[in-house]
Design a protein around this ligand. Structure first.
Ligand SMILES: *Cc1c(COP(=O)(O)O)cnc(C)c1O
Length: 352
């Protein structure tokens, strides 16, 4: 059809499956297996129907913005809130990567980055991780149009220390460097304090993983107030009322309950220690995990086969049929009960 000539054609990101059956064990999208903070439930009951009639407040003027700014001890104008970090990151691509030079990111990383680059027609170049799946900071020293990487990286779970992150920022003072910290709360150290030192650093985090609120779609970016202003200008050119009333209200309750959130992360980290032991015993190898997931490969059984047989057992994990990682599975850390069911199934599958 003639009109198709003028259509924007993209290869979309493929999200993890969201099966509808209730019985499955879902370890495929790094959701948190525990409920959100107790205050969130109470807040649901207190939501005001009359407020739903109105457009929501602008995210940066809400109690949620105040709560986050106070939690991270930053100013409100150093904070941008969006509809999940995917929204924040996509806007950041649109806002900050306007150079003709290529944006740099790792060859194995969050598979949305190349999708956004293609969508916005941003040139990019991937930098190969080393054989241990580590980012090599020296690869990010050539001229470029911006840099983005997750820390810990996804789907590998490999963490860079703050010193190495700073090395990359230091070498790229003339472009914007985005650090996607979706999984930083599971044992890593955030590079957030560096936003005071580097006006070109944007740190992005989310409520989806450590705060058990993937369904509410809340993400945020922190950085120099000028970066935030540019981000807001683009945002207000696309959609002004972004976060809905419910998410704005419930988010506050989550930020307030620091103890609950720390406790949940600790629980997941403990189950992750246990998963490292169990999976090793079963013949899996993996880089040391720093997210709420393990990126594991089996010595004998191909990843695809394990993935399919787990699915037959109603256990969903993530598999990518992609160069360099097609023999790996990304397994989200679930509750101890879910993990036990996983080990039982794996014992059968990898049995010699
Ligand atoms: C999960 C994830 C995100 C997106 O999370 P939202 O649910 O959109 O906040 C961003 N980056 C990485 C690396 C992720 O794994």
């Amino acid at each position: 059809m003639k009109w198709e000539e003028n259509v924007r054609k993209v290869v979309p990101y493929i999200p993890g499956e969201q099966p509808r059956q209730a019985q499955i064990i879902k370890l495929n999208t790094n959701e948190n297996p525990y409920p959100p903070a107790p205050g969130v439930q109470k807040c649901v009951a207190a939501l005001k129907q009359d407020k739903m009639r109105l457009y929501p407040e602008f995210p940066e003027q809400t109690e949620l913005a105040e709560a986050l700014a106070s939690y991270y001890q930053i100013d409100k104008d150093q904070l941008f809130i969006g509809v999940g970090s995917d929204d924040v990151l996509s806007l950041a691509f649109m806002t900050f990567f306007q150079s003709e030079k290529p944006v740099f990111f790792p060859d194995i990383t969050y598979s949305f980055y190349d999708v956004w680059a293609d969508l916005y027609k941003i040139p990019y170049e991937t930098k190969a991780l080393d054989e241990h799946f580590c980012i090599r900071p020296e690869d990010y020293r050539q001229p470029n149009g911006g840099v983005i990487f997750p820390n810990p990286n996804a789907p590998t779970g490999v963490l860079m220390d703050v010193g190495q992150v700073e090395e990359i920022i230091e070498a790229n003072r003339d472009v914007v460097v985005i650090v996607d910290e979706a999984y930083i709360d599971f044992g890593g150290t955030s590079c957030l304090p560096l936003i005071r030192k580097y006006d070109n650093l944007l740190v992005v985090q989310t409520f989806s993983k450590s705060r058990s609120m993937a369904g509410m779609r809340i993400g945020y970016a922190m950085g120099n107030s000028k970066l935030i202003k540019y981000l807001n200008d683009v945002k207000y050119s696309v959609n002004s009322y972004t976060l809905n009333y419910t998410s704005l209200q419930l988010g506050v309750e989550s930020v307030k309950d620091v103890a609950y959130y720390r406790e949940t992360c600790e629980k997941i980290m403990k189950s992750r220690d246990r998963a490292e032991e169990e999976l090793s015993k079963l013949g899996f190898t993996f880089p040391k995990p720093y997210g709420n997931f393990i990126f594991a490969s089996h010595e004998k059984v191909p990843a695809k086969e394990i993935y399919e047989r787990l699915k037959d057992n109603d256990i969903y994990v993530r598999f990518w049929d992609k160069e360099r990682i097609r023999n790996y599975l990304r397994i989200t850390i679930g509750t101890d009960e879910q993990m036990e069911a996983l080990y039982r199934a794996l014992r059968e599958i990898v049995k010699a």
